[in-house]
Ligand binder design. Sequence first.
Ligand code: CTP
Length: 218
Amino acid sequence: MPGLPQGATVLITAGPTYEPIDSVRFIGNRSSGRLGVELARAAHAMGHNVILALGPNTVPAPNFADRLRVERFRSCTDLESLLARLWPEQADVLIMAAAVADYRPKHAEASGKLRRQAEGLTIELEATPDLVAGCVQRRRPGQRIIGFALEPAAQLMASAASKIKRKGLDAIVANSLETMDSDEIHGTLVQADGSSESPGPLSKSMFAAWLVDRVMRV
Ligand code: CTP
């Protein structure tokens, strides 16, 4: 696949989703969005146009005067709508770093608050749609889609390989669960043809620069 020209547009999703239980409570996860924000900075520094879709309670988005647009989402449903608007029309590459919830409450109390009850509470969860797989289905020739996989070290490479196939991705960034909350990341970029490479442990900003270079070039 030829490299993308400088000035290509990269859509980066980052951060957690918050799935509403009622109007004040949610089910979320610990993603900070830090790596996604570093990816946006790196892509911008390399001369690309960047759309950063950022979830709730993340590190602040960068604020560049040009070539950066920031969109916000909270829930998987919000991100689904955002992607429906942006992909495949507005970007050449999608880097799906968002930690999208796999389940959400089936019956959220949209405009009220659940009351305490002595007998406890059972919340029924339903599976969320696989957003990145949906983006793969509607992509155009030449567009690239890179996913992320946070997995226990022992299953890392096997899980990454099966996720590439199951979702139809061009590549996936495999990252061990044990590095969560760390300032460093020891990620491996696995391609659809099974080849893989890793730059070793790096700060998130250095890893982001390495990854954007690989993704836009390969
Ligand atoms: N992802 C997505 N939509 C979801 C869940 C995940 O688009 N509903 C994307 C993530 O953004 C990431 C990739 O899929 O790029 C892998 O996410 P992960 O949670 O590791 O995979 P799952 O599909 O949830 O598979 P598993 O439960 O087996 O880990």
